[in-house]
Write a protein that binds this ligand. Structure first.
Ligand SMILES: Cc1ncc(COP(=O)(O)O)c(C=O)c1O
Length: 305
């Protein structure tokens, strides 16, 4: 395994050894937090999740995350058993039990629940959903921004929506995991994935942007996660007169970009140092830096108690 950074590299924090985890209404020490081996999430990857962040005791972009979460659950007929207010209460109870306030990453997960038999049919999940909330102290490693990420283009591509829609933030991330392994096998930190037509699409864990001649470009969005951070960056560009386009482009334009960066809830914006061994730009990142500072301001104003 690589000891380099990836986009989710965080500083070690010993407090995480004793965190408390929400499992179906109970909040227990991580050593006691368990789900059944018959759980739909374990057996099949049949569940949905969200990654959220807590800043100064408030949840960033809560509405946007809930919109995607409930939309994903509805799309695959998972009854969460709670509404948005119920989820907020569960998140806040978990934060309070841990006395957590800032630089916290949260994984909110719901699965179709425990199955009567270890087979695929959804009707075998009869006892209601499994809801788990893991919150950890987690601050992106400082070197991520200074060093940047090394990407490798991989053979694994994004699928079409009629196979497994990339907008479903499902527990099954095998497509992304395979891509990440392929990148690691060639010594890169993260995988740059193409769409089925060969256009540059996304990475295995983040959305992908390039900056070319003063313009910000990202993929059309047809084959990637509808990232909350991706949309925030697009909106910030519009609001601040930075030309931004969601369009098809190829590796030709990506290799020749002046800057490139990834977006995700964990790291906000993470610069890309190289793609397939080719350095991106000359190392100056004026537009990425500007967007990162605009995003930091946005986080302060878009939080929910
Ligand atoms: C494949 C993939 N792309 C992008 C993202 C980033 O999305 P967001 O900005 O909502 O964190 C995620 C996060 O879950 C992801 O799994």
């Amino acid at each position: 395994m690589s000891d380099r950074n990836n986009t989710h590299t965080a500083a070690e924090d010993s407090r995480n050894r004793d965190i408390k985890i929400f499992v179906n209404g109970e909040i227990v020490h991580r050593d006691e937090a368990k789900v059944s081996v018959y759980d739909s999430g374990f057996l099949l990857g049949d569940g949905m999740w969200e990654g959220l962040r807590l800043y100064n005791g408030r949840w960033a972009f809560f509405e946007e995350h809930m919109d995607r979460f409930f939309n994903s659950c509805k799309a695959v007929s998972i009854d969460v058993g709670l509404d948005e207010a119920g989820i907020l209460d569960a998140l806040n109870r978990t934060a309070a039990a841990n006395d957590m306030h800032d630089d916290v990453h949260c994984r909110l997960m719901v699965t179709r629940g425990v199955k009567a038999k270890p087979f695929q049919h959804p009707s075998l999940s009869r006892s209601g959903p499994t809801l788990v909330i893991i919150m950890e102290y987690s601050k992106p490693a400082g070197e991520l921004y200074s060093q940047g990420i090394r990407l490798a283009t991989v053979p694994q591509v994004r699928g079409a929506p009629m196979a497994q829609d990339a907008k479903l933030n499902s527990h099954s991330k095998l497509n992304c995991v395979i891509a990440c392994l392929q990148a690691e096998q060639v010594g890169a930190d993260e995988a740059l994935m193409l769409d089925p037509h060969g256009f540059v699409n996304t990475t295995n864990a983040c959305n992908f942007f390039i900056v070319r001649r003063g313009e910000v470009w990202t993929s059309t969005g047809d084959y990637c996660m509808n990232g909350v951070t991706r949309q925030n960056v697009i909106d910030l560009c519009h609001a601040n007169d930075i030309p931004v386009f969601a369009k098809n482009f190829s590796l030709y334009e990506a290799y020749g970009a002046d800057e490139a960066f990834l977006t995700g809830t964990f790291g906000g914006q993470t610069p890309v140092a190289e793609i397939d061994g080719k350095p991106i730009g000359n190392g100056a990142r004026p537009i990425t830096t500007k967007i990162k500072s605009l995003y930091k301001e946005l986080v302060q104003t878009n939080t929910c108690a």
